[in-house]
Write a protein that binds this ligand. Structure first.
Ligand SMILES: Nc1nc2c(ncn2[C@@H]2O[C@H](COP(=O)(O)OP(=O)(O)OP(=O)(O)O)[C@@H](O)[C@H]2O)c(=O)[nH]1
Ligand SMILES: [Mg+2]
Length: 188
């Protein structure tokens, strides 16, 4: 009976309008703001390092509206931004694949974020960014390094992308929409 109800919910979900609060996180210089405005404006924008946050609304697929928070988060600003995690339905975590020396720091940040109570069960995608550059780390290698699968309660996916060209971003966002919808169905 339970599975029948959830099947019906999945069918109906195509028509559910979904609004979600999505965090866009990652180390500084990873490409968060470039990603946000590539998704919003479909073009490359010139960025300067974000102080505080940027927030935009995105409509990735029919019937889904995301409020995306691009938050400049690091060890010093961490205590000030913890309240941004409340009521989060999804996360995009951006990694500069060219900057291998900082992948350990990226992993640390990812695991700190996922350790927050408000992030329990929240689906996320990792954007293996800057794939347009030569000799960048491949998404599968990055996944092995970041070990996101330690968080068995959070659905996740990884995508190679370039925030400069936009390659890979739409697919990633559409997948996150589906993940958020699915979680909404299983929770309600
Ligand atoms: N080649 C290449 N450069 C990128 C890409 N995405 C971002 N950049 C560049 O990386 C630099 C940092 O990008 P931002 O979007 O400002 O990075 P951020 O994560 O918002 O940085 P903070 O605001 O400091 O946290 C800029 O010079 C971007 O043009 C990409 O996919 N490919
Ligand atoms: Mg920024």
């Amino acid at each position: 009976m339970g599975s029948l109800i959830s099947k019906v919910k999945i069918c109906l979900s195509a028509w559910y309008p979904v609004r979600a609060r999505v965090l866009l996180l990652g180390l500084d210089h990873s490409g968060k703001t470039t990603t946000l405005y590539q998704l919003k404006l479909k073009e490359k924008v010139a960025t300067i390092s974000t102080v505080g946050f940027n927030v935009e609304t995105l409509d990735p697929i029919n019937g889904v509206s995301f409020t995306v928070w691009d938050v400049s988060l690091n060890a010093e600003t961490w205590p000030f931004y913890k309240h941004y995690f409340a009521n989060t339905q999804g996360m995009m975590f951006v990694v500069d694949c060219k900057d291998g020396e900082r992948h350990r720091d990226a992993k640390q940040l990812l695991h700190m974020v996922l350790g927050e109570t408000d992030m329990e069960g929240v689906p996320f995608i990792i954007l293996a960014n800057k794939q347009d550059l030569q000799n960048t780390k491949q998404p599968s290698d990055l996944a092995m390094e970041l070990e996101p699968d330690k968080w068995t309660g959070n659905a996740w996916e990884i995508f190679g992308c370039s925030a400069i060209s936009g390659d890979g971003l739409q697919e990633a966002l559409s997948t996150l929409s589906v993940m958020i919808k699915k979680r909404g169905i299983t929770m309600s």
